[in-house]
Write a protein that binds this ligand. Structure first.
Ligand SMILES: Nc1ncnc2c1ncn2[C@@H]1O[C@H](COP(=O)(O)OP(=O)(O)OP(=O)(O)O)[C@@H](O)[C@H]1O
Length: 303
């Protein structure tokens, strides 16, 4: 579905490459986390999938098309097959929830009957059917992100790109968003999500592609945020290591490290300071299993 072949790009001739000889394949229907420190190249990679830049080196194929061969005038059509969700939601503040989602269909010239039937289905999928007539200013951050997801999937894209979709949200709200993304993925949409959220990655156990200085240093199935095994760093002469955990226990997440440090200072048990496990939170009402009309819509897509 998405293939990078030896892709390198620098924003400026004198800059180090933002991506450096990156190769990977994402199959249709996969869910992939992109991880790596700030500046490692995650957003650049997502932008290249969207054909925001022409690629100076290497080849990128998206849904069978060589992205470099998509002429500028065809880029809008090319992007119809890709939904995008950003950290900062990017909703139109003056439009209602319904109108924000409907707008994504209007720009593609969909007729009123289609909009009237599709928008409610997608709002139901993200659990916002009762907030259709509110504006974004009347919604919580998590609800706004659900509107953004509804807008991203209303045209039934084969690929959903998410750039830190939970970056502005608390852990419980983030878990609700992840339940929705997981469900969209189970309905057949390929999902690529850039994130710094170790709890989410450690809970979901999906494929992880890790970038470091623009290079892929890890590409692992059902993986943790931080590698549990020594990994040879791409481009290194010898087996340089990315961070490795040394015991068999679950690796410390960012929040757990903070809780442990705080507990060490005040002498309390870390268990009490821990946030509830994300798995439990993923079982919250947003993850309800009953199929919705939007599921059927997506199922129809897969056939
Ligand atoms: N528009 C731009 N112009 C010049 N350099 C850029 C631009 N966007 C990103 N870069 C540089 O490219 C490199 C990769 O940036 P990118 O935004 O892809 O990283 P990231 O992994 O998404 O970071 P973060 O986790 O902070 O979002 C960085 O060195 C960054 O400074």
């Amino acid at each position: 579905m998405i293939r990078f072949e030896n892709v390198s790009i620098a924003y400026d001739r004198k800059d180090k490459p933002a991506l450096d000889d990156v190769s990977f394949d994402v199959e249709r229907g996969e869910f992939v986390f992109l991880v790596g420190s700030s500046g490692s190249g995650k957003s650049t990679l997502l932008r290249l999938i969207l054909r925001e830049y022409r690629t100076p080196h290497g080849q990128i194929y998206v849904a069978g098309q060589n992205v470099a061969n998509v002429p500028s005038w065809r880029v809008p059509k090319f992007r119809r097959g890709i939904g995008v969700v950003f950290q900062d939601f990017r909703l139109i503040q003056t439009k209602t929830v319904f109108a924000n989602v409907a707008y994504a269909m209007q720009v593609l010239g969909k007729n009123r009957a289609a909009i009237k039937s599709e928008v409610p289905r997608v709002l139901e999928l993200v659990g916002l059917e009762d907030k259709a007539h509110r504006t974004p200013t009347e919604l919580s951050g998590g609800e706004q992100q659900r509107v953004a997801i509804a807008r991203a999937i209303v045209n039934q894209p084969g690929i959903l790109l998410a750039d830190e979709p939970t970056g502005n949200l608390d852990p419980i709200t983030s878990a609700g968003i992840m339940a929705i993304l997981d469900r969209i993925n189970q309905n057949g949409t390929t999902v690529v999500m850039a994130t710094h959220d170790d709890d989410i990655v450690n809970t979901m156990r999906k494929r992880v592609i890790e970038l470091h200085h623009g290079q892929v240093v890890r590409d692992e199935a059902t993986a943790l945020y931080t590698s549990a095994i020594p990994v040879v760093q791409a481009g290194a002469a010898g087996p340089a290591m990315v961070p490795v955990k040394t015991d068999d226990a679950e690796p410390m997440t960012r929040r757990r490290r903070a809780a442990t440090a705080a507990a060490a200072e005040d002498g309390t048990s870390t268990e009490e300071s821990m946030p509830p496990r994300l798995e439990r939170k993923l079982g919250t009402p947003l993850g309800e299993a009953a199929p919705t009309p939007a599921d059927e819509m997506n199922d129809g897509n897969k056939k």
